[in-house]
Design a protein around this ligand. Structure first.
Ligand SMILES: [Mg+2]
Length: 314
């Protein structure tokens, strides 16, 4: 590590370090876990010009990077503890940029009760690459998997669907977004870490690639068929206002970071009270049946034909 790198870490990242990070002064971080707990790990990488633009606000880039991983933790029914951060930094991103990047992380560390545990920085002649690994914990054996859905389960989603995908279209100038709500939902996901999936859900995941495509992943892992009632899909007032022509975008667009889960019918009351307690809306949108894949049913119970199912990574 060069002197410049020490200075860089000292100024922007040491203030973010918390319990377990050992002041970023040791060779590794140290995490204690109670004997009845399991560690939950997830990692995510953002690359300049692929996942964000060089002139996107640094503060929202860092917050989105952290929040996407927090959402994965929530999807497993886990409580997030801390994170590791790796940065490959080109010269064009100056100290001012990283000051704002670090401010964003500080804000979200408070909001979601997580700390920086460690990481690595290098310089690069390539694009800026940001990689974050989250560590969370869950009671042993209680992690919520995609594979646990059972026949007869009800299907639920938190929050609203489609805002982020519409927000991206608004940022591209394809849609009006007078109050900026949709663009904000695209830039800053709301990870549902406060919603206690463990113990309530048989199966769950977070929606990152679009409701229909991600429901397909859950259906495949559980070897079941998911039926979604189009009319019950929760839309924000701003999304509803965009009208019928954008409905398919809501179903198939990515970046929602809401939780999609299945649960036995008898958990419905507990799910609704957990929703009130956490201040996170949940909506019942369908059911688990025998078969495979995902169908979206219109008001007449007819299968809707979608021209695409979701975000393609490559
Ligand atoms: Mg995920």
């Amino acid at each position: 590590m060069s002197g410049g790198e020490f200075d860089f870490i000292d100024r922007f990242f040491a203030p973010l370090a918390g319990e377990g990070a050992l002041g970023l002064g040791d060779d590794a971080a140290l995490i204690g876990l109670a004997p009845d707990r399991e560690l939950v790990l997830s990692t995510d990488t953002l690359v300049e010009a692929v996942h964000f633009l060089p002139d996107d606000p640094a503060e929202t880039i860092s917050r989105k990077l952290l929040r996407v991983s927090l959402s994965d933790c929530a999807a497993m029914g886990a409580r997030p503890r801390g994170y590791l951060l790796n940065i490959s930094r080109p010269a064009a991103f100056d100290d001012q940029w990283f000051a704002s990047f670090s401010t964003g992380l500080a804000l979200d560390q408070k909001l979601y009760d997580v700390v920086l545990l460690g990481g690595d920085t290098t310089s690069t002649r390539g694009p800026l690459v940001l990689s974050l690994t989250i560590l969370g914990e869950v009671e042993r054996g209680r992690a919520v998997r995609r594979s646990g859905a059972q026949l007869g389960d009800t299907l639920w989603v938190t929050g609203t669907v489609g805002d982020a995908a519409l927000g991206l279209q608004a940022l591209l100038g394809e849609l009006p977004d007078e109050d900026g709500y949709l663009a904000d939902r695209y830039r800053l996901p709301r990870p549902r870490t406060a919603f206690p999936l463990a113990g309530l859900a048989h199966a769950g995941m977070d929606i990152s690639d679009g409701l229909v495509q991600d429901a397909g992943h859950l259906a495949r892992q559980s070897a079941v068929r998911l039926e979604i009632d189009a009319a019950s899909i929760p839309l924000s007032p701003q999304a509803a206002k965009t009208g019928e022509a954008w409905f398919e975008t809501c179903l198939t667009g990515g970046d929602d970071y809401e939780l999609l889960f299945t649960a036995p019918e008898e958990h419905s009351t507990a799910i609704m009270s957990a929703s009130r307690e956490a201040g996170i809306a949940v909506t019942r949108i369908g059911r688990v049946t025998a078969g495979q894949g995902v169908v979206v049913l219109d008001a007449k119970g007819q299968e809707m034909r979608l021209s695409r199912t979701g975000w393609q990574h490559f």
